[in-house]
Design a protein around this ligand. Structure first.
Ligand SMILES: CC(C)(COP(=O)(O)OP(=O)(O)OC[C@H]1O[C@@H](n2cnc3c(N)ncnc32)[C@H](O)[C@@H]1OP(=O)(O)O)[C@@H](O)C(=O)NCCC(=O)NCCS
Length: 179
């Protein structure tokens, strides 16, 4: 699936993809295994089935964000959430608002995926950035799968309503790997 959504004033084109091609991933991360930060580098994340990519006129990848559907249990409640992950902007193009453009496009895409809530994990230094985009911290521990077994996620978790709703109280269990 590859559908151009709209070229913007700076010539970057927002494209919706399914899986992210490996070549694009290497362009975005610069082959840095810790491209998402030291804490994230030690964890295994799931592949995301939806991606939004900012593409330069020559076709190179400039930024991306991934979305996946995740099953989540919180206390006695069980629901699907849109897991947001793999938000990255090419190092030389950071600080120009491109991640904000990707986050806004991801919110619009998430609205059509079904769940009422979006969720993400991030490095502690990025909590304020995501809070400014409508995400609230999840204070309860969040458990996820890793190859070693079930672990309490060592990174902050945040959520955002897609449609008006609350986040229930209690321990959070995400089925499978984090996103
Ligand atoms: C985080 C990231 C996606 C931000 O991309 P960006 O296009 O530079 O972000 P924007 O230009 O939209 O910046 C928005 C704000 O984020 C802040 N910010 C960017 N990177 C930050 C970081 N690593 N730590 C703290 N704040 C950061 C900027 O200072 C800016 O704040 P301001 O609006 O108050 O000036 C980018 O730094 C990146 O790719 N980092 C590596 C991958 C990563 O950590 N992804 C996050 C996964 S949750």
């Amino acid at each position: 699936m590859s559908a151009p959504l709209k070229p913007d004033g700076d010539g970057l084109e927002l494209v919706r993809l399914g899986a992210l091609p490996w070549r694009g991933w290497l362009e975005l991360t610069g082959r840095d295994p810790a491209a998402f930060g030291a804490a994230s580098a030690g964890l295994v994340y799931r592949d995301k089935e939806h991606h939004l990519v900012l593409r330069a006129p020559g076709g190179g990848f400039v930024g991306a964000i991934g979305l996946t559907l995740a099953e989540v249990s919180v206390g006695d409640e069980r629901f699907s959430a849109v897991g947001m992950g793999s938000l990255i902007v090419r190092r030389d193009l950071r600080g120009r608002g491109l991640s904000g453009r990707l986050s806004a496009a991801a919110r619009a895409l998430a609205a059509g995926l079904g769940p009422d809530r979006a969720m993400l994990f991030c490095e502690p230094s990025l909590v304020a950035l995501h809070a400014s985009r409508g995400y609230a911290p999840i204070d309860a521990p969040v458990f996820v799968d890793q190859p070693s077994g079930r672990i309490a996620m060592p990174l902050p978790a945040m959520w955002r309503p897609i449609r008006p709703c609350e986040w229930p109280g209690g321990r959070v269990d995400v089925d499978g790997l984090p996103f």
